[in-house]
Design a protein around this ligand. Sequence first.
Ligand SMILES: [Fe+2]
Length: 211
Amino acid sequence: MTDAADGILDLWPTKLVRRHLPDFEEPTQAMVKLIRDMERVNKDLTTDYLAPDFFNKDEPSINWLREQVNATVVDYLRAIGIDYDVRWSIQGWPNINRLGDYHDAHNHPGSYLSGTYYLKVPTVKEPMRNRPDVRPSNITFYDPRPGINMNSIKGDPYVDPEFTVTPEPGLLMMWPAFLNHFIHPNLSKETRVTVSFNIVLKWQDHYLPTQ
Ligand SMILES: [Fe+2]
C-alpha cells in the first residue's frame, strides 16, 4: 500500500475491545447457574469444542449476552473503518477453570474475531508460596509481530511484547482471532467462569480487498 502523505504514520495496529457491560449482574448470575447445570451433564464442558453451541440456547441471559456481543462487533467494525455489510455467526462455549487450570498460548483459527465474557473471577489466592510475578486468572495478549521489542528503548511504544488484563465480572474482551493469548493459572479454590466465543464471517465476495 502506498500513501503520499508526509508525517509519523501509524502502521499495523492491533485493535482490542475492553468493555464493561452495563447492568450485567442479573443475567450474569443466571448464566453462571446455567453453566453449572450444563457441567453436571457434561463433565468436559470446558474442553468439549464439539458440544452444541452455547449461543444456540434460547435463554434470557444468553440472549442478553448475544445482543451485547453483536453490538460490540458492530462497534468494532465501525471503529476500524469497515462501512459495508458484514455478516457473521457467533460460536461460543463456557469455561470453568478450577485450582491449577490454565490455557496455554493459542489463537483461534478459522475465525475473524475472538472474545471472552467474564462471569466470575476468583478474588483470593490460595495461601501457597509462589514467585512474586504470578498473575492468577489473568489473560495476556502477545504482540503478533515476532521480536518487535528486540531493539526497543525506554519510552518507545515497542518495549512491552505483552499486554495483560486482570478480568472482573461484567468484562467483555474482543480481539482479532490471530492474536495469541494465554490464560494464567487459577490459583484459587474459587472457580473462574467465562464464556468464550468466535465471530465467524459468513463469506460475501465484497469482503475481498481492492489492492
Ligand atoms: Fe482463546
